[in-house]
Design a protein around this ligand. Structure first.
Ligand code: ADE
Ligand code: ZN
Length: 332
């Protein structure tokens, strides 16, 4: 059974917004702890609201939900809950995004957010054996100057991040808006990730790849409209972090059968499967593998390739990658 194979395969998750793993149960518990009133009363009400027709509709709820997060303990609890779910799906390595500006702009200090997440990451390494890297994301609906402010504010923690990302509303906020900021991040030695081609046109993926020089493209779906771009992505082996259930929830595709994952595997792209915002999109990484395999008729070999790609595309040192890749061969 493919479900068993998917479960057995060690996996890395490379596209996960930790605030997007905020399950309504935990949200309600933290709202009570912090004496905050939520706009919904029951879990059913919350889930009923998770019905999106585009990225912006989701983002509005996502930013609303995270307002409940106030203390270091809240950020710890959020991250720890995710790591336990990840372990249940046999995830062995995580590279997680977080959105500090969404917290600092409502008065929660950068250190409260970051230290809470880091404490859970440490516990995950010690108690679950899951390694995690943190990727600090800039909100692209804000200005490049706001991004520079965050970069300065985060200086005491720079050794705690592996890289930077760019997320939030894509349309109208092309990669080149952040050219100078990304140049600075490269000089500082950060890995460069960027959401591109989720809703935005293929030209945004081109900019991310050729003008910014990213190390990894998040989503990247719409590169498939530009065959020359696909060839470049293949030749450069720039990873794509696809998120099938997210694509379905946000109407990037109308049906999982339209997911580009199989076509990208067959085109020799370094594509990976991830959960993005699992609490909002109906499933963690295991479910993303399962539903994608079922919809596209992926072979066992293709599932194994996706698990391999997840480590190959990670920012782990080469020796760690090889250790995980060997474990995949044993599990397969
Ligand atoms: N922030 C959280 N999830 C996101 C997504 N899928 N696209 C852009 N920004 C996000
Ligand atoms: Zn994302």
């Amino acid at each position: 059974m493919q479900t068993d194979l998917i479960q057995r395969l060690p996996k890395a998750e490379l596209h996960l917004h930790i605030e997007g793993s905020f399950e309504p149960e935990l949200m309600m518990a933290l709202a009570e702890r912090n004496r905050i009133t939520l706009p919904f009363k029951t879990l059913e009400d919350a889930r009923a609201a998770y019905n999106f027709s585009n990225l912006q509709e989701f983002l509005d709820l996502y930013y609303q939900g995270m307002q409940v997060l106030r203390t270091e303990e809240d950020f710890f609890d959020l991250t720890w809950a995710y790591l336990q779910r990840a372990e249940a799906d046999n995830v062995r390595h995580v590279e997680m995004f977080y959105d500090p500006q969404a917290h600092t702009e409502r008065g929660v200090p950068f250190g409260v957010v970051t230290d809470g997440i880091l404490a859970a990451i440490k516990k995950g390494e010690q108690e679950l054996g899951i390694s995690s890297y943190l990727i600090m994301s800039f909100l692209r609906h804000l200005s490049e100057e706001d991004g520079f402010d965050l970069l300065v504010q985060s200086e005491p923690w720079h050794d705690k991040f592996i890289g930077v990302g760019l997320d939030s509303s894509e349309m109208g906020h092309p990669p080149l808006k952040f050219e100078r900021l990304y140049q600075r991040c490269r000089e500082l030695g950060f890995k460069l990730c960027m959401h591109a081609g989720e809703e935005g046109p293929p030209s945004y993926v081109r900019e991310a790849l050729l003008d910014i020089g990213v190390d990894r493209i998040d989503h990247g779906n719409r590169c498939m409209e530009d065959p020359e771009l696909v060839s470049m992505i293949r030749e450069m082996q720039i990873p794509l972090t696809n998120c099938p259930l997210s694509n379905l929830s946000l109407c990037v595709i109308d049906d999982l059968k339209q997911s580009p994952v199989k076509a990208q595997l067959e085109a020799g792209l370094l594509v990976t499967v991830n959960s993005d915002d699992p609490a909002y999109f109906g499933g963690y990484i295991g479910r993303n593998y399962e539903q994608t395999a079922a919809a596209l008729g992926l072979s066992d070999q293709q599932l194994i390739q996706l698990a391999r790609n997840s480590f190959t595309a990670s920012f782990l040192p080469e020796a760690n990658k090889q250790r995980h890749l060997a474990a995949i061969e044993t599990a397969a």
